[in-house]
Each structure stands twice: as C-alpha cells, then as structure tokens.
Design a protein around this ligand. Structure first.
Ligand code: ATP
Ligand code: MG
Length: 395
C-alpha cells in the first residue's frame, strides 16, 4: 500500500503573505529536512501539501517526526493513497486503519470529494464506508459528535487519500518568510527558547556566542553547539559565530568601575552582535532576556543595552516567568542540556553590587575611558564560524 504524509499549512497566519510564497518556502524547508531520507515529490491543493516518497522503502516514521517540527504546519497525518475505485477505497480504508479501528470504541467517516466527476457524493461515501467498517469491527459504534477516531476519505483529482486523526503540527510560519535574526546564545535556559520562539514566527536564525577562554571552557562551547542542534530541529541549519571575548572582558575589568562591569559587557555584546548581524544580512538581534530576572535585566538596564544595538532587539521571553520559559525548554528538549553546570562569560568578573538603575549617559561616560573600536573589530573579525545542523553527521 502506498503511503504519503499530508501536511496542512497554517492558513490563518497568511494575512500579510501571499499563499504561494508561504507554501513554496514550506515545501523547500520540508524537502531540505527530509533530504537524507530519500527523494520526495510534493503536490499542493486545498491548503494541503502531499509529501510523497518516490521509493517504497522510505522511512515514513522518521519523516513524520521531522515534519512535526517544521514551522508553518498546523497539522499532519500519514495517509494511504489508492485509486479512485469505490470498492478499493472501502477496502483500503478498513485495511489501512485496521489497528486504529480495533483500538477505539467510536468512530465516524468524513469524506471530501474535490473531483466532482467522481460518481459518489461525500455523504454517500461516508455512509457506505461506515457500514463497511462496522460490519468488520462489530464492537464499534458511530459517534458523529465526539468520536475516538475519524476516518477521512479525500477523493482528489488523481487519487484518493485515506487517513485517521491528524497530529498537531509545530504551528508558526515557515522559517525564512520573515527575514533573519542574530540570536545571542549563552548556555542558559532562556536564549535557546528565545531562538525557538522567533524561528516559529518565520525568522531564519544565525547565532553568536561569546566565549572567554581560559575563564570559560571548550566544554561550555560544546554545550552551546548541543543547544543549537536542538533549536536547529525546528529552525533548520544555523550559522554560529563564536567570538573570543576575553580581551574585551579584561579591558572592562581594568578600566571600568566594578558596578558597571555587566552592563558595559552587555553593550559590547550588542555592538559585536550588530556587526555580525550586518555581515549576515539580519534585520534584528534576539536575546533571552526577561524583565526583572537579574540585575542586568531591569527595565533601566535593558534600555541601556538597547542603546548599544544597531538593530531592533527581539526579546520574546520578556514578559514570561522562569517557569513558563522552562516549560518551553522542556518541550523543545533543551532544558537538560541548559542545566549542565558550565560557566558562561557572564559569570566572569561579576560585580558584587551591580547597578540596577543605570542610565545610558553614565555608561557612555564610563566607556569613554578607552577606545574600544579596535578591540571590538578584532573580536568580530576573528570569530570562529561553524554550521550547526539538525544532525551531527550533516555538518
Ligand atoms: P540564559 O538562560 O539565556 O543564559 P540568563 O537569564 O542567564 O539567560 P543573562 O546571562 O543575563 O541571562 O543573559 C541574558 C541574555 O544575554 C541571554 O539570554 C543571551 O541572549 C545573552 N547572552 C548571555 N551570555 C551570552 C553569551 N556568552 N553569548 C551570547 N549571548 C549571551
Ligand atoms: Mg546566561
């Protein structure tokens, strides 16, 4: 029996975008994600994309799992594909869904006929298929309001699709339909969640991580790679810049008052991230900041950080509680990695009493003691580049 995956795209999100741009991008994203599983053929009709493997032995379990993480999809289901012969349709429906029909108590059949030349109308198809199934599964009852299983029969132009309940998709918009953002990723809980949230809105991700060897270790950098690999399951491949931040942090330590260390550091992060964002053609920076979470995230501190950025700073976690952020990090499987205890450059030279009500003017004055231009330029230009794919072997 030939099997395909039917994908329902997120039509409600389509307001500003033209449908075919949205669908073409979605198809491109799905095709790229499935490329290691073999060749697929795609057909679009009635806000459904049919993903059809060209070879019979393609691993559809893995394909469905991958599709479940592609943004821009509301729901998806595996489906049997059969000819448009009425007896074949009934037989295929019962055989294909046999295990599911055995496992439930109630069902109903929903039919759709987009080929109006097909000699049976939708209610007739549903009625006949319902009777056929009941005869072979006498324990079942029909429940039209709240059935355990819905048997869908869709008669299209060239073939018929048959499937059961659909799985919930990842939602959002296809990555790449809303520009590109530079994610500042630490090894913590919040920034991978922030990246995931913006990728969900169709933003392609690039990333920057600041490392301060020898104060921070290689293992801390590898943790960031692992985190991004999880995010990449949803966003697709991510280009990561690892910036050597040691000299800048030491210069801050040697030249600035202790209570401004963290803020000056964060402003320099924004400056370097902005340079890399320009190089990558990004339109925004993305951070995992949440208002009030730590001293560098008071409303005053965030205002000072913003002033150093050359792009809008997207902070999708801004109004979330830590527990809410953790909930997402568990869902996207980054939590266990994030809580591994490796040092971050933010914890190097942390002031005992950081300023919680700084002003941009005060920080500008503080920063004016030395010329940072060259240090920042070198840090951006010598950043190590690495591509993080969803699978390690694909890098
Ligand atoms: P997270 O859990 O994401 O580490 P946090 O609550 O620990 O966040 P901070 O350490 O103050 O907060 O960092 C705030 C944000 O600054 C992070 O979410 C991240 O976007 C960015 N950031 C912090 N450290 C780094 C780093 N080493 N490299 C890149 N970005 C960083
Ligand atoms: Mg952190």
């Amino acid at each position: 029996m030939k099997e395909v995956i039917l994908v329902k795209d997120g039509e409600l999100a389509l307001k500003g975008l033209n449908r075919s741009t949205f669908e073409d991008k979605l198809i491109k994203n799905i095709r790229r994600r499935l490329s290691h599983l073999g060749k697929f053929h795609f057909e679009k009709a009635q806000s459904t994309i049919s993903v059809m493997p060209e070879n019979g032995d393609t691993d559809l379990d893995e394909a469905a799992e991958i599709i479940g993480k592609v943004f821009g999809i509301v729901g998806y289901s595996r489906a049997a594909l059969c000819d448009k012969d009425f007896d074949t349709i009934l037989k295929t429906a019962e055989e294909y869904l046999y295990n599911k029909l055995e496992a439930v108590r109630t069902f109903k059949v929903e039919s759709k006929r987009s080929d109006k030349k097909f000699p049976y109308k939708s209610p007739e198809i549903s009625r006949e298929a319902g009777a056929y199934i009941l005869k072979r599964h006498p324990h079942l009852k029909v429940d039209v309001h709240n059935p355990d299983l819905i048997v869908y029969i869709e008669v299209r132009d060239r073939y018929t699709f048959i499937h059961g309940n659909q799985e919930k998709g990842a939602g959002g918009m296809p990555v790449g339909t809303n520009g590109k953002g530079m994610l500042l990723i630490s090894g913590g809980i919040d920034s991978p969640v922030a990246g995931w949230m913006m990728a969900k809105r169709g933003i392609e991700l690039a990333a920057v991580h600041f490392a301060s060897p020898p104060y921070t270790s290689k293992r801390a950098e590898m943790k960031v790679h692992e985190l991004l690999r999880k995010v990449a399951q949803y966003s697709g491949r991510i280009k990561l810049y690892t910036v050597r931040f040691t000299e800048i942090q030491e210069a801050i330590r040697d030249n600035c008052p202790e209570d401004t260390f963290t803020l000056v550091m964060r402003r320099h992060m924004m400056r370097i991230a902005s340079m890399l964002a320009e190089k990558e053609g990004c339109q925004a920076l993305i951070t995992g900041e949440s208002v009030g979470q730590v001293a560098s995230q008071t409303i005053y501190a965030l205002g000072c950080t913003d002033k150093a950025a050359a792009y809008p700073v997207f902070r999708p976690c801004i109004g979330m509680d830590k527990t809410e952020i953790i909930e997402i990090s568990r869902k996207i499987d980054t939590f266990d990695i994030s809580i591994e205890p490796y040092e971050d450059c933010c914890t190097v030279f942390t002031p005992k009493h950081p300023k919680t009500k700084p002003t941009p003017e005060l920080l500008e004055e503080t920063e004016a003691v030395i010329d940072w231009t060259e240090l920042l330029k070198i840090a951006a230009e010598t950043a190590e580049i690495r591509y993080i794919s969803l699978r390690e072997d694909a890098e």
